[in-house]
Design a protein around this ligand. Sequence first.
Ligand code: 26Q
Length: 802
Amino acid sequence: MEIKTTEQMKQALRSKLRTEFGSSVEEASDERMLCACALVLRDILAQRGVDSRRAVREKEQRQVHYLSMEFLMGRSLAKNAYNLGVSEVLTQALEELGFRAADIFESEPDAGLGNGGLGRLAACYLDSMTTLEIPANGYSICYDLGIFRQKIEHGEQIELPDTWKTLGGKWLMPKPQEAELVSFGGTVRQFWDSGRLHAVPEGTTSVMAIPCDMEIAGYGTEQVNTLRLWDAKALTPLDMELFSKGQYLRAVEQQAMAESIAKILYPADETCEGKMLRLKQQYFFVSATMQSIVRKHIEVYGTVMNFHEKNVIQINDTHPTLVIPELMRILMDDAGLDWDSAWHITSNSVAYTNHTVLAEALEKWPQQIMEVLLPRVWEIITEIAHRYQAKIEAFYHDERKTREMAIIWDGEVRMANLCIAGGMAVNGVSALHSDILRNDVFKNQYDMEPEKFRNVTNGIDHRRWLSQINPRLDRFVTELTGSRAYLTKPTELRTLENFANDASALDRLGEIKHLNKLDFADYVRRTQGVTLNTDAIFDVQVKRLHEYKRQLLNALHIIYLYEQLRDDPDRIMQPQTFLFGAKAAPGYAVAKRIIRLINSLAGAINHDPLCKDRLQVVFLENYRVSLAEHLMPASEVSQQISTAGKEASGTGNMKFMMNGALTVGTLDGANVEMHEVLGDDNMFLFGLHADEVVCLKQEGYQPRRLYERDDTLRRVIDRLRCGFGDGVSYEDLADRLLAGDEYMLLQDFASYCLAEQRMRLSYADRSDWNRKSLINIARSGIFAADRAVAQYADDIWHIKHK
Ligand code: 26Q
């Protein structure tokens, strides 16, 4: 049934409530109503999904398969209603049925199937791929529990399970008839037959992979793409043989083992945890995905020989690297191809995106785990490694290069090296990051095969991150640019600059920001019981907690301001409210200490009469996609202060820019490209450049010298050591800075304080500030995911798009 009018929407909701929940409208709670909304939209999506897939088959179109361990989807109701063009009709229908539409939207849990940037990027790209009418599918795991819910108790992070599926699962369509079997362990029996070496696994343990599909709507298109999330199920509910032998526990254990695979998302980002369960997760989703893709390919074409012409496999970091040996295995063992044919197809199908240069994040798996868990895949990896080594030797004749570039070395499998060897393209996610990959991290590989290396600077879904979440700004853009063209042509935002000297437009922009601040303050009061000072600058740092992102540097600067105020209580200063949001990986002790510190600091500052109406520090609990959606429209200053060379791109920076916040930041990741379009006048840069960081490291960086020479810095560090009146001292953090300061906070401290000062000075001239803000919005179009995805399609996938 088509839904175009409010009446039709009301009818559809009523009928869903009745048939699915045996409930009348009057009986329905907000949550029931949310489920009814999801089911009504899911019906439309499902129908379009069928049509889209048929079209792809009939036109024999080339498809993208985007594999990622994470898709940080957030909420879907508002998004799907927006893309299907039924936002107004749905809102109206809900209100007429006696509900507050805003409450219904707000009651949807986030699908938090990701940690941070990498996962959110995958979600934004699904939207753009669909909008650009690229036939695309996402693949991941249907985690029972997403990223943990964070509570702060006595200043410390507490992790709680995230049971998103009860309500969030309503978007999923289980397809048990398309299940695949994934095998672990056992041994490989090899034998010659008909002139070919056969490999047959024996004694394996199998787990069933059941697809749960989420249909993805695009904007302004009928096309629907699919995010396929694999759920893990045991083959049998219970091992009857063991059970009847009286081994009850072992009988259920096997089942529990199978189902533990899709239990939970690993919450550690930027560190490679070499845990067996993580590798099981990776192979589970990779194997199910590749079997499913090859099966469908053969259904349409009856052969695998043209597989690479009709499919491209894009992998989101190295986490799905096993697609390479797994596709080789399927092509050789199942389809009967020889090595060279299988290699030709595989190495022309897979493309790899790198998201990090941190050594601890580059994935390495112990050979022993691989051998035992995936014996056949291990054999194939050793053969790939062997042949790649011969290629390196022939090219370089240099043992050191052979060692550095090896896929297997010292009992470990280096996943990035495997990706580069087995893929057709490798890309970084910002200009600076891609340069670092070419000139440093993967220099040897680049010199041998330069044509494989690309850059695709990240982008964000600007329809979600501007139009949907910031309706006031959306209206402003629409009126000033004279159309809604920017929704599909994000660079149209540029025409806003015609108003850079229009006093009334600038005033209006300032007014919009102020109203958004009031809304956000209201939200924080309701959800966290904290009252924000809406006359202060909203100065925001939200992202995962990691030392390289330097939340601690932000804290040091706040301590510095606090000390200044204590020295001179009558000081006139621009009021500033510092907002933090960050989850720490549960096992990352230093990150948890920094959260504790921010909360100690907040406790001291917010209760000190000295700071009243001048300084405020707030730690926002449980930072996640839906909180970011409330926050971005209200933000005035965006903190992007990572040590230069460490943040691959950053995408939060783009969300802030698009919502008119000004950046205080280092020349790192995509900030470099923001600076290229904004210039020094429209952002506040500070700190060492990436090459300077490298030089200083080589020369020998001595943080203690800085401490001894700089009185201000010394006072700040000493104060950190003493703590903030709640009985907690931060000696450990102070010592860490003095003893090594790996991320060079002390080096950049003085210049950071100056940048903040320049920023505050600029804020005092409000019309000038609003002009800068307008320019930020106007020039943010290049950071739209539509641009990034179009670049992938042109340069890597070779697929046409809208
Ligand atoms: C690996 C092995 C075992 C367990 C966990 C992991 C793991 C999980 C998540 C490793 C890394 C991640 C996530 C990384 C990530 O989010 N990187 C960010 O990617 C963004 C999108 O490209 C960039 O903008 C950020 O700069 C980058 O930090």
